[in-house]
Design a binder for this molecule. Structure first.
Ligand code: HEC
Ligand SMILES: [Cu+2]
Length: 337
Protein backbone atom coordinates (compact mmCIF):
# COMPACT_ATOMS: atom_id res chain seq x y z
CA UNK A 1 0.00 0.00 0.00
CA UNK A 2 1.01 3.63 -0.27
CA UNK A 3 1.79 3.92 3.40
CA UNK A 4 3.05 1.60 6.07
CA UNK A 5 0.46 1.54 8.79
CA UNK A 6 1.86 0.32 12.10
CA UNK A 7 -1.65 -0.45 13.40
CA UNK A 8 -2.53 -3.17 10.92
CA UNK A 9 -1.01 -6.64 10.48
CA UNK A 10 1.46 -7.36 7.73
CA UNK A 11 -0.06 -7.35 4.24
CA UNK A 12 0.55 -10.67 2.56
CA UNK A 13 -2.34 -11.25 0.16
CA UNK A 14 -3.92 -9.47 -2.77
CA UNK A 15 -6.87 -8.48 -0.59
CA UNK A 16 -4.77 -6.89 2.10
CA UNK A 17 -4.19 -3.49 0.56
CA UNK A 18 -7.71 -3.08 -0.81
CA UNK A 19 -9.21 -4.00 2.56
CA UNK A 20 -6.83 -1.67 4.38
CA UNK A 21 -7.41 1.25 2.01
CA UNK A 22 -11.14 0.87 2.39
CA UNK A 23 -10.86 0.56 6.14
CA UNK A 24 -8.63 3.63 6.29
CA UNK A 25 -11.17 5.56 4.21
CA UNK A 26 -14.03 4.65 6.56
CA UNK A 27 -12.04 5.47 9.67
CA UNK A 28 -10.99 8.81 8.14
CA UNK A 29 -14.53 9.79 7.18
CA UNK A 30 -15.83 8.80 10.61
CA UNK A 31 -13.02 10.64 12.39
CA UNK A 32 -13.53 13.75 10.26
CA UNK A 33 -17.25 13.96 11.07
CA UNK A 34 -16.82 12.99 14.72
CA UNK A 35 -14.28 15.76 15.23
CA UNK A 36 -16.32 18.25 13.19
CA UNK A 37 -19.49 17.59 15.20
CA UNK A 38 -17.81 17.71 18.61
CA UNK A 39 -15.92 20.88 17.70
CA UNK A 40 -19.04 22.62 16.41
CA UNK A 41 -21.00 21.64 19.52
CA UNK A 42 -18.31 23.23 21.67
CA UNK A 43 -17.92 26.35 19.50
CA UNK A 44 -21.67 26.96 19.19
CA UNK A 45 -22.23 26.35 22.90
CA UNK A 46 -19.85 29.13 23.71
CA UNK A 47 -20.57 31.49 20.85
CA UNK A 48 -24.37 31.33 21.02
CA UNK A 49 -24.72 30.91 24.75
CA UNK A 50 -27.53 32.75 26.50
CA UNK A 51 -26.12 36.05 27.67
CA UNK A 52 -28.99 37.37 29.80
CA UNK A 53 -32.10 36.06 31.50
CA UNK A 54 -34.78 36.71 28.79
CA UNK A 55 -32.78 36.12 25.65
CA UNK A 56 -34.33 33.72 23.08
CA UNK A 57 -32.93 32.78 19.68
CA UNK A 58 -34.63 33.64 16.38
CA UNK A 59 -36.69 30.64 15.27
CA UNK A 60 -35.72 29.09 11.93
CA UNK A 61 -38.64 28.24 9.60
CA UNK A 62 -37.30 25.75 7.07
CA UNK A 63 -34.02 25.92 5.25
CA UNK A 64 -34.36 23.66 2.23
CA UNK A 65 -30.87 24.18 0.88
CA UNK A 66 -29.33 23.38 4.23
CA UNK A 67 -31.41 20.27 4.74
CA UNK A 68 -30.68 19.00 1.26
CA UNK A 69 -26.97 19.55 1.83
CA UNK A 70 -26.80 17.61 5.06
CA UNK A 71 -28.89 14.82 3.57
CA UNK A 72 -27.27 14.46 0.17
CA UNK A 73 -23.63 14.70 1.19
CA UNK A 74 -23.86 11.89 3.79
CA UNK A 75 -25.99 9.87 1.37
CA UNK A 76 -23.29 10.19 -1.27
CA UNK A 77 -20.57 9.20 1.17
CA UNK A 78 -22.60 6.23 2.44
CA UNK A 79 -23.16 5.07 -1.14
CA UNK A 80 -19.45 5.28 -1.88
CA UNK A 81 -18.82 3.09 1.18
CA UNK A 82 -21.54 0.68 0.15
CA UNK A 83 -20.41 0.11 -3.43
CA UNK A 84 -16.74 0.11 -2.58
CA UNK A 85 -17.29 -2.37 0.26
CA UNK A 86 -19.60 -4.51 -1.84
CA UNK A 87 -17.08 -4.74 -4.67
CA UNK A 88 -14.41 -5.99 -2.24
CA UNK A 89 -16.92 -8.39 -0.71
CA UNK A 90 -17.84 -9.81 -4.12
CA UNK A 91 -14.20 -10.22 -5.09
CA UNK A 92 -13.62 -12.09 -1.83
CA UNK A 93 -16.58 -14.37 -2.26
CA UNK A 94 -15.82 -15.47 -5.84
CA UNK A 95 -12.81 -17.76 -6.01
CA UNK A 96 -11.24 -17.84 -9.49
CA UNK A 97 -11.64 -21.12 -11.33
CA UNK A 98 -7.89 -21.78 -11.39
CA UNK A 99 -7.71 -21.66 -7.58
CA UNK A 100 -5.93 -24.55 -5.89
CA UNK A 101 -8.36 -26.29 -3.58
CA UNK A 102 -7.44 -27.36 -0.07
CA UNK A 103 -9.83 -28.89 2.44
CA UNK A 104 -9.86 -27.58 5.99
CA UNK A 105 -11.55 -29.19 8.97
CA UNK A 106 -11.83 -27.41 12.30
CA UNK A 107 -11.97 -29.65 15.33
CA UNK A 108 -11.68 -28.87 19.02
CA UNK A 109 -8.93 -27.72 19.15
CA UNK A 110 -6.95 -28.01 15.97
CA UNK A 111 -7.01 -27.30 12.26
CA UNK A 112 -6.64 -30.18 9.85
CA UNK A 113 -5.75 -29.55 6.24
CA UNK A 114 -5.72 -31.88 3.30
CA UNK A 115 -4.31 -31.09 -0.12
CA UNK A 116 -5.88 -32.57 -3.24
CA UNK A 117 -2.70 -34.51 -3.76
CA UNK A 118 -3.26 -36.22 -0.43
CA UNK A 119 -0.83 -34.49 1.95
CA UNK A 120 -2.31 -33.79 5.33
CA UNK A 121 -1.20 -31.19 7.80
CA UNK A 122 -2.26 -30.19 11.28
CA UNK A 123 -2.09 -26.55 12.38
CA UNK A 124 0.21 -25.80 9.50
CA UNK A 125 -0.76 -24.97 5.95
CA UNK A 126 1.72 -24.79 3.11
CA UNK A 127 0.76 -22.79 0.03
CA UNK A 128 2.67 -21.39 -2.96
CA UNK A 129 3.08 -17.64 -3.40
CA UNK A 130 1.17 -15.94 -6.22
CA UNK A 131 -1.32 -18.79 -6.66
CA UNK A 132 -4.99 -18.33 -5.79
CA UNK A 133 -5.89 -20.79 -3.06
CA UNK A 134 -9.42 -21.82 -2.19
CA UNK A 135 -10.10 -23.33 1.21
CA UNK A 136 -13.15 -25.59 1.55
CA UNK A 137 -13.94 -25.25 5.20
CA UNK A 138 -15.87 -27.65 7.40
CA UNK A 139 -16.13 -28.52 11.07
CA UNK A 140 -16.09 -31.80 12.92
CA UNK A 141 -17.92 -30.48 15.99
CA UNK A 142 -18.87 -26.87 16.77
CA UNK A 143 -18.58 -23.57 14.91
CA UNK A 144 -15.02 -22.41 14.43
CA UNK A 145 -13.67 -19.67 12.20
CA UNK A 146 -10.57 -19.60 10.03
CA UNK A 147 -8.86 -16.27 10.39
CA UNK A 148 -5.62 -15.27 8.66
CA UNK A 149 -5.03 -11.62 9.58
CA UNK A 150 -2.12 -11.07 7.18
CA UNK A 151 -4.39 -12.10 4.29
CA UNK A 152 -7.40 -10.16 5.66
CA UNK A 153 -9.66 -13.17 5.31
CA UNK A 154 -11.95 -14.92 7.75
CA UNK A 155 -14.58 -17.61 7.29
CA UNK A 156 -16.72 -19.61 9.70
CA UNK A 157 -16.36 -23.37 9.85
CA UNK A 158 -19.94 -24.53 10.32
CA UNK A 159 -20.77 -28.15 11.16
CA UNK A 160 -22.73 -29.83 8.38
CA UNK A 161 -21.77 -27.30 5.78
CA UNK A 162 -18.91 -26.42 3.46
CA UNK A 163 -17.93 -22.80 3.38
CA UNK A 164 -15.24 -21.37 1.16
CA UNK A 165 -12.60 -18.75 1.47
CA UNK A 166 -9.90 -17.76 -0.98
CA UNK A 167 -6.79 -15.63 -1.21
CA UNK A 168 -3.66 -15.13 -3.29
CA UNK A 169 -0.57 -14.89 -1.09
CA UNK A 170 1.78 -12.17 -2.30
CA UNK A 171 4.75 -12.69 0.01
CA UNK A 172 6.59 -15.74 1.19
CA UNK A 173 6.83 -16.17 4.93
CA UNK A 174 4.99 -17.55 7.94
CA UNK A 175 1.66 -16.07 8.97
CA UNK A 176 -0.66 -16.58 11.91
CA UNK A 177 -3.88 -18.53 11.57
CA UNK A 178 -6.38 -18.19 14.39
CA UNK A 179 -9.76 -19.59 15.32
CA UNK A 180 -11.98 -16.53 15.49
CA UNK A 181 -15.10 -18.14 16.94
CA UNK A 182 -15.15 -19.05 20.60
CA UNK A 183 -15.32 -22.84 20.57
CA UNK A 184 -14.55 -23.98 24.11
CA UNK A 185 -11.86 -24.28 26.72
CA UNK A 186 -8.81 -24.31 24.48
CA UNK A 187 -10.13 -21.94 21.85
CA UNK A 188 -7.23 -19.56 22.35
CA UNK A 189 -4.83 -22.39 21.63
CA UNK A 190 -6.49 -23.24 18.36
CA UNK A 191 -3.85 -21.56 16.27
CA UNK A 192 -1.79 -22.42 13.28
CA UNK A 193 0.68 -21.12 10.75
CA UNK A 194 0.30 -20.52 7.06
CA UNK A 195 3.64 -21.11 5.37
CA UNK A 196 3.91 -19.36 2.00
CA UNK A 197 6.62 -20.83 -0.19
CA UNK A 198 8.09 -20.09 -3.61
CA UNK A 199 6.30 -22.32 -6.17
CA UNK A 200 9.36 -24.53 -6.66
CA UNK A 201 9.81 -24.92 -2.92
CA UNK A 202 6.15 -25.74 -2.62
CA UNK A 203 6.43 -28.48 -5.23
CA UNK A 204 9.43 -29.86 -3.37
CA UNK A 205 7.47 -29.74 -0.14
CA UNK A 206 4.55 -31.58 -1.74
CA UNK A 207 6.84 -34.23 -3.18
CA UNK A 208 8.66 -34.63 0.11
CA UNK A 209 5.51 -35.25 2.10
CA UNK A 210 4.48 -38.67 3.27
CA UNK A 211 3.61 -40.88 0.32
CA UNK A 212 -0.14 -40.90 0.48
CA UNK A 213 -2.59 -41.30 -2.34
CA UNK A 214 -4.42 -38.24 -3.57
CA UNK A 215 -7.63 -37.21 -1.85
CA UNK A 216 -9.54 -38.68 -4.75
CA UNK A 217 -7.71 -42.01 -4.32
CA UNK A 218 -8.57 -42.07 -0.63
CA UNK A 219 -12.14 -41.22 -1.60
CA UNK A 220 -12.26 -44.04 -4.11
CA UNK A 221 -11.13 -46.50 -1.48
CA UNK A 222 -13.84 -45.26 0.88
CA UNK A 223 -16.35 -45.43 -1.93
CA UNK A 224 -15.67 -49.16 -2.15
CA UNK A 225 -15.26 -49.77 1.59
CA UNK A 226 -18.55 -48.06 2.38
CA UNK A 227 -20.29 -50.00 -0.38
CA UNK A 228 -21.31 -46.85 -2.23
CA UNK A 229 -20.12 -48.69 -5.30
CA UNK A 230 -22.76 -51.37 -4.94
CA UNK A 231 -25.49 -48.86 -5.73
CA UNK A 232 -23.52 -46.30 -7.73
CA UNK A 233 -22.00 -47.77 -10.84
CA UNK A 234 -20.54 -46.03 -13.85
CA UNK A 235 -23.37 -47.19 -16.05
CA UNK A 236 -27.06 -47.04 -15.19
CA UNK A 237 -27.20 -50.59 -13.87
CA UNK A 238 -27.05 -49.71 -10.15
CA UNK A 239 -29.86 -48.86 -7.81
CA UNK A 240 -28.49 -45.33 -7.55
CA UNK A 241 -27.55 -42.90 -10.33
CA UNK A 242 -24.09 -42.97 -11.87
CA UNK A 243 -21.88 -40.41 -10.17
CA UNK A 244 -19.43 -40.20 -13.02
CA UNK A 245 -20.19 -36.77 -14.37
CA UNK A 246 -22.54 -35.55 -11.70
CA UNK A 247 -20.29 -32.81 -10.28
CA UNK A 248 -21.09 -29.48 -11.89
CA UNK A 249 -24.08 -30.89 -13.75
CA UNK A 250 -27.68 -29.90 -13.33
CA UNK A 251 -29.62 -32.59 -11.50
CA UNK A 252 -33.37 -32.93 -11.89
CA UNK A 253 -35.05 -33.84 -8.63
CA UNK A 254 -38.26 -35.70 -8.00
CA UNK A 255 -40.98 -33.12 -8.40
CA UNK A 256 -39.20 -31.38 -11.26
CA UNK A 257 -36.99 -28.88 -9.46
CA UNK A 258 -33.37 -28.71 -10.58
CA UNK A 259 -30.20 -28.17 -8.62
CA UNK A 260 -26.56 -27.68 -9.56
CA UNK A 261 -24.40 -30.48 -8.19
CA UNK A 262 -21.78 -28.47 -6.31
CA UNK A 263 -19.78 -29.30 -3.18
CA UNK A 264 -22.71 -28.49 -0.93
CA UNK A 265 -25.10 -30.70 -2.89
CA UNK A 266 -22.74 -33.68 -2.85
CA UNK A 267 -22.22 -33.27 0.87
CA UNK A 268 -25.94 -33.13 1.52
CA UNK A 269 -26.57 -36.12 -0.72
CA UNK A 270 -24.25 -38.20 1.46
CA UNK A 271 -25.19 -37.07 4.97
CA UNK A 272 -28.84 -36.35 4.33
CA UNK A 273 -29.84 -38.26 1.17
CA UNK A 274 -33.56 -37.80 1.80
CA UNK A 275 -33.31 -34.04 1.51
CA UNK A 276 -33.16 -34.08 -2.30
CA UNK A 277 -34.20 -37.16 -4.21
CA UNK A 278 -32.97 -37.56 -7.77
CA UNK A 279 -35.73 -37.86 -10.33
CA UNK A 280 -36.48 -41.46 -11.26
CA UNK A 281 -34.85 -43.06 -8.19
CA UNK A 282 -36.27 -44.44 -4.99
CA UNK A 283 -35.30 -42.76 -1.72
CA UNK A 284 -33.40 -45.81 -0.55
CA UNK A 285 -29.93 -44.41 0.02
CA UNK A 286 -29.00 -44.71 3.72
CA UNK A 287 -27.53 -41.71 5.49
CA UNK A 288 -23.81 -41.75 6.18
CA UNK A 289 -24.08 -39.11 8.86
CA UNK A 290 -21.85 -40.19 11.75
CA UNK A 291 -20.35 -43.06 9.74
CA UNK A 292 -17.83 -40.90 7.96
CA UNK A 293 -15.67 -38.23 9.51
CA UNK A 294 -15.59 -34.76 8.06
CA UNK A 295 -12.28 -35.56 6.38
CA UNK A 296 -13.59 -38.79 4.87
CA UNK A 297 -16.58 -36.88 3.58
CA UNK A 298 -14.19 -34.46 1.89
CA UNK A 299 -12.35 -37.38 0.33
CA UNK A 300 -15.56 -38.89 -1.01
CA UNK A 301 -16.51 -35.53 -2.47
CA UNK A 302 -13.03 -35.12 -3.96
CA UNK A 303 -13.41 -38.53 -5.59
CA UNK A 304 -16.80 -37.70 -7.05
CA UNK A 305 -15.45 -34.37 -8.28
CA UNK A 306 -12.39 -35.97 -9.84
CA UNK A 307 -14.62 -38.21 -11.92
CA UNK A 308 -16.16 -35.22 -13.65
CA UNK A 309 -13.71 -33.85 -16.20
CA UNK A 310 -12.06 -30.46 -15.77
CA UNK A 311 -12.44 -30.21 -12.01
CA UNK A 312 -11.21 -26.83 -10.88
CA UNK A 313 -8.31 -26.94 -8.48
CA UNK A 314 -7.03 -30.39 -9.24
CA UNK A 315 -4.88 -29.20 -12.11
CA UNK A 316 -2.64 -26.75 -10.29
CA UNK A 317 -0.80 -28.92 -7.77
CA UNK A 318 -0.75 -32.02 -9.93
CA UNK A 319 2.98 -31.87 -10.69
CA UNK A 320 3.80 -32.82 -7.13
CA UNK A 321 1.57 -35.86 -7.09
CA UNK A 322 3.22 -38.63 -5.13
CA UNK A 323 3.54 -42.15 -6.47
CA UNK A 324 0.13 -43.29 -7.65
CA UNK A 325 -1.19 -46.42 -6.10
CA UNK A 326 0.25 -45.59 -2.70
CA UNK A 327 -2.04 -46.66 0.12
CA UNK A 328 -4.74 -44.22 1.12
CA UNK A 329 -3.90 -41.78 3.85
CA UNK A 330 -6.86 -42.61 6.01
CA UNK A 331 -5.72 -44.25 9.21
CA UNK A 332 -9.13 -44.94 10.62
CA UNK A 333 -11.19 -47.67 9.08
CA UNK A 334 -14.70 -46.48 8.39
CA UNK A 335 -17.40 -48.60 9.90
CA UNK A 336 -20.20 -49.75 7.70
CA UNK A 337 -22.50 -51.28 10.31
C1 HEC B 1 -28.48 -48.64 -1.06
C2 HEC B 1 -27.95 -48.01 -2.24
C3 HEC B 1 -27.05 -46.81 -2.07
C4 HEC B 1 -25.89 -46.72 -1.38
C5 HEC B 1 -25.20 -47.77 -0.55
C6 HEC B 1 -25.38 -45.39 -1.60
N1 HEC B 1 -26.25 -44.68 -2.39
FE1 HEC B 1 -26.01 -42.77 -3.03
N2 HEC B 1 -27.85 -42.82 -3.91
C7 HEC B 1 -28.67 -43.94 -3.98
C8 HEC B 1 -29.89 -43.60 -4.66
C9 HEC B 1 -31.06 -44.54 -4.94
C10 HEC B 1 -29.77 -42.23 -5.00
C11 HEC B 1 -30.80 -41.40 -5.77
C12 HEC B 1 -31.95 -41.01 -4.86
C13 HEC B 1 -31.54 -39.92 -3.90
O1 HEC B 1 -31.26 -38.81 -4.37
O2 HEC B 1 -31.47 -40.19 -2.70
C14 HEC B 1 -28.47 -41.78 -4.52
C15 HEC B 1 -27.97 -40.49 -4.69
C16 HEC B 1 -26.67 -40.14 -4.40
C17 HEC B 1 -26.08 -38.87 -4.77
C18 HEC B 1 -26.73 -37.80 -5.58
C19 HEC B 1 -26.54 -38.21 -7.02
C20 HEC B 1 -27.11 -37.34 -8.10
O3 HEC B 1 -27.10 -37.80 -9.27
O4 HEC B 1 -27.53 -36.22 -7.84
C21 HEC B 1 -24.79 -38.92 -4.32
C22 HEC B 1 -23.74 -37.82 -4.48
C23 HEC B 1 -24.59 -40.17 -3.66
N3 HEC B 1 -25.74 -40.88 -3.73
C24 HEC B 1 -23.41 -40.55 -3.08
C25 HEC B 1 -23.25 -41.73 -2.37
C26 HEC B 1 -22.06 -42.10 -1.63
C27 HEC B 1 -20.79 -41.24 -1.55
C28 HEC B 1 -22.29 -43.29 -1.05
C29 HEC B 1 -21.38 -44.05 -0.12
C30 HEC B 1 -20.88 -43.34 1.05
C31 HEC B 1 -23.61 -43.70 -1.45
N4 HEC B 1 -24.16 -42.74 -2.25
C32 HEC B 1 -24.19 -44.91 -1.10
C33 HEC B 1 -28.39 -45.19 -3.48
C34 HEC B 1 -27.28 -45.51 -2.70
CU1 LIG C 1 -12.23 -23.07 17.23
Amino acid sequence: MWFKNPFVPEQASEFASSVDTFYFFMVSVSAFFAILVVTLVAVFAIRYRRRHEHEAGTPVHGALALELTWTLIPLGIAMVMFFWGASIFFAMSKPPSNAMEIYVVGKRWMWKFQHMTGQREINELHVPVGQPVKLLVGSEDVIHSVYIPAFRVKMDAVPGRTTTLWFTPTKTGRYHLFCAEYCGQKHSGMRGTVVVLEPAEFQAWLAGGPATGSMADAGQKLFNDLACATCHRDDASGRGPSLKDVFGSTVTLAGGATVTADDAYLRESIVNPQAKIVEGYAPLMPTFQGLVTEEQLNQLIAYIKAQAGGTPGTAAPATGTPAPGAPAASGTQPSTE
